[in-house]
Design a protein. Sequence first.
Length: 367
Amino acid sequence: MSFSPEPTFVHGQPPSAASGTAVLYCNLGTPEAPTAAALRPYLAQFLSDPRVIEIPKVLWWLVLHGIILRVRPAKSAAKYASIWTKDGSPLKVWTAKQAAMLRGYLGERDHFVEVRYAMRYGQPSIATQLNALKAEGVTRILVLPAYPQYSGTSTASVFDAVYSWAAKTRRIPEFRFVNNYHDHPGYIDALSACVRAHWSKNGRAEKLVMSFHGVPERTLQLGDPYHCECHKTARLLAAELGLSKEQYRVTFQSRFGKAKWLEPYTEPTLVALARAGVKNVDVICPGFTGDCLETLEEIAQEAREAFMRAGGQSFNYIPCLNDNPVWLAALSDIAQQHLSGWPTHTTPDVQALAASRAAALARGAKQ
């Protein structure tokens, strides 16, 4: 009889009297630079995730390393370069800012918790941030994905990364996980506020197109709730805006490979609208909480060009939630709901100091 070797555990720090509660705000990830060299390891990690690509591992390894990683990094790098900012990747910029502001908003509500952001692919990794929180004595962690709609391809993959870290850790913190908030009233209000602000400034287009990130249609057939949650978000947003079914469309973007994905696809829908005589559209991406490659390049650049080339006259992209105060208040509500029952307060003296620091942080992030 043979025995499997005992796993090597990360022992971490001894119990700390200052141990507390933290929120780990997790997003998809981004390369470190808009270059082929930086894209190659990022894409390798992303496209090696079995939650993302559900193809037999050996077959997919040959395709990934034999074809995709030889061709796609340079093409993707050019796309990233078109939206890169002086501060880096927009996705990382917005994720970091949202995490900082969330900490401040919670502090203003007398919840003194640490808030860190992490990336499922790229840096700072989920494991890196969990190691840091554990070393600082944190014993309770709320894992809050930046994905409003649950999908096995995104939300569950974040949870996988946490479980993988925990499997190598002897003393595991207490965890809670936020599965979704696709129908949270605050989230819907924040989306509505973004649309109304755009309409107030720019006027209202003939159609509002709500474009969500696509996933293979097979995931719906296997029981993934993503498709249904996207449509519920759209229905609630349309109701909040007073739109009839004829005034908005729900579409799915970012198709990859030759398999059938959730339909209708965003760009072909926009082309069809233009050819049918629709001259102006507003486009919003409710599934993305911060602007990124998929919104700034795929929608605001590529989809716009396709719509205009097909005969459209005005294409208006409505930015993501980003640092909208209505959204940050909603995110605070969501975190606070899931932190319920955990100690998030401290002594009066420390409370006063933390409140001052949190308020200053919130004010600085809003500027």
